[in-house]
Design a protein around this ligand. Structure first.
Ligand code: PAN
Ligand code: ZN
Length: 179
C-alpha cells in the first residue's frame, strides 16, 4: 500500500482502510445557528480515512487522513465534531498536508488553545484534551493523524457542552469568540 503525501489518500492495494463521510445533516447540531436550507444538509462537510490493520489492540497504532471542506454555517466555519478519546489519556499527532485551519485544543478546565494549521504544521495532542479541526481557508483542510488503535472517540461531552470558543468568518479572515 502507498500513501500520497500531497493528497492524503491511501492508494495501491488499499487494505484495512476505513472511509467515513460526514454530511452537514450529521453534524448540524454542533453549530451555534443551525438553521440552513434543506439542500445544504445534504452537502459533504468532511471525510476521514483510517488505516487500522490490528483492531483496537492496546499498544497498536492507526494512521489516517481528515479532509475538511471549506465553507460555513451562518458564518461559523466548517469543523469536525470534536472529541476526547474514550481512553482519555491517549495522545495523537496531527500533521497538516494542505489548507488553512485551526486546531482547537480544550483541556479539562475548558481552557481552549487555537493552533494554526497550514502545510507542514505538526502538533502533538496530549491525552485528556478535546480536539477539533476548523477550516478557516478557501480550500480543503487536509490533516494526517496517527494515534493509538485503542483510543476510541468520546463525543458525549462535546455534544452536550461544546468547546469554549467558536470560530467565525469575518471580512478579513476569522475571529475566535468565547462562548
Ligand atoms: C481524527 C478525527 C477526525 C474527525 O481522526 O476523528 O478528524 O473528527 P471527529 O472524530 O471529531 O468527527 C482523530 O482525532 N482521531 O482520534
Ligand atoms: Zn482524536
Amino acid at each position: 500500500m502507498k500513501y500520497n503525501l500531497q493528497t492524503g489518500e491511501f492508494y495501491s492495494n488499499v487494505e484495512d482502510v476505513e472511509y467515513a463521510t460526514k454530511y452537514i445533516k450529521d453534524v448540524i447540531s454542533i453549530y451555534e445557528k443551525p438553521e440552513v436550507a434543506e439542500e445544504v444538509l445534504e452537502q459533504v462537510t468532511y471525510e476521514v480515512q483510517v488505516h487500522n490493520p490490528h483492531g483496537e489492540i492496546e499498544g497498536a497504532l492507526q494512521f489516517g487522513t481528515s479532509r475538511i471542506k471549506a465553507g460555513d454555517i451562518n458564518g461559523e466555519f466548517f469543523m469536525t465534531k470534536g472529541h476526547m478519546h474514550e481512553v482519555a489519556n491517549r495522545a495523537e499527532y496531527y500533521l497538516c498536508l494542505s489548507g488553512k485551519g485551526l486546531l482547537l485544543l480544550m483541556d479539562e478546565e475548558r481552557k481552549t488553545t487555537a493552533i494554526d494549521m497550514s502545510e507542514q504544521s505538526i502538533c502533538n495532542i496530549p491525552g485528556n484534551v478535546s480536539h477539533r479541526l476548523v477550516n478557516i481557508g478557501e480550500e480543503d483542510l487536509v490533516v494526517l493523524a496517527c494515534w493509538n488503535s485503542d483510543a476510541g472517540h468520546n463525543y458525549e461531552q462535546i455534544a452536550t457542552e461544546g468547546f469554549s470558543v467558536r470560530v467565525f468568518k469575518t471580512e478579513n479572515g476569522y475571529i475566535i469568540k468565547e462562548v
